[in-house]
Design a protein around this ligand. Structure first.
Ligand code: AMP
Ligand code: ZN
Length: 122
């Protein structure tokens, strides 16, 4: 099956513009596959977003072909959590679709920490 190139972008996508640098963000992490930056509306003392450089609309669009990238995003969240000394724990959230509360249609992991998280989430 054909896969999209790692440079694939969606022209009207906010996070693709952050990847391209046309919308500013403080890149606290970057490698060839993904970037991490603070959420503009933080919900915890530490609230970072980890996003693939390639445009993927949501987790609902992911397939087994994306397994390596998804694993890389999770491992990156762990690394950033260590960088932020979230030694007491943290939460990774992937809002997906309308019911999932997704507002930006470019796959992203929320990394939240620095306070005690409640369950169930709202
Ligand atoms: P979601 O609601 O799961 O789609 O998450 C999208 C997140 O992107 C929200 O938590 C927003 O606060 C965040 N956000 C929107 N615009 C920006 C931006 N320019 N820089 C950083 N975070 C943003
Ligand atoms: Zn995008």
């Amino acid at each position: 099956m054909k896969t999209k190139p790692s440079s694939f972008v969606s022209p009207d996508c906010l996070f693709c513009k952050i990847v391209a640098g046309t919308i500013p963000a403080n890149r606290v992490y970057e490698d060839e596959l993904c970037i991490g930056f603070p959420d503009i509306n933080p919900q915890a003392p530490a609230h970072l977003l980890i996003i693939p450089k390639r445009h993927i609309a949501s987790q609902a669009r992911c397939t087994a072909e994306d397994a390596a990238l998804l694993g890389h995003l999770m491992a990156t969240a762990t690394k950033v959590a260590q960088d932020y000394s979230l030694d007491g724990g943290f939460r990774v959230v992937v809002n997906t679709g309308d019911d999932g509360g997704q507002t930006v249609n470019h796959l992203h992991l929320h990394l939240l920490g620095g306070r005690h998280m409640k369950w169930p989430p709202g």
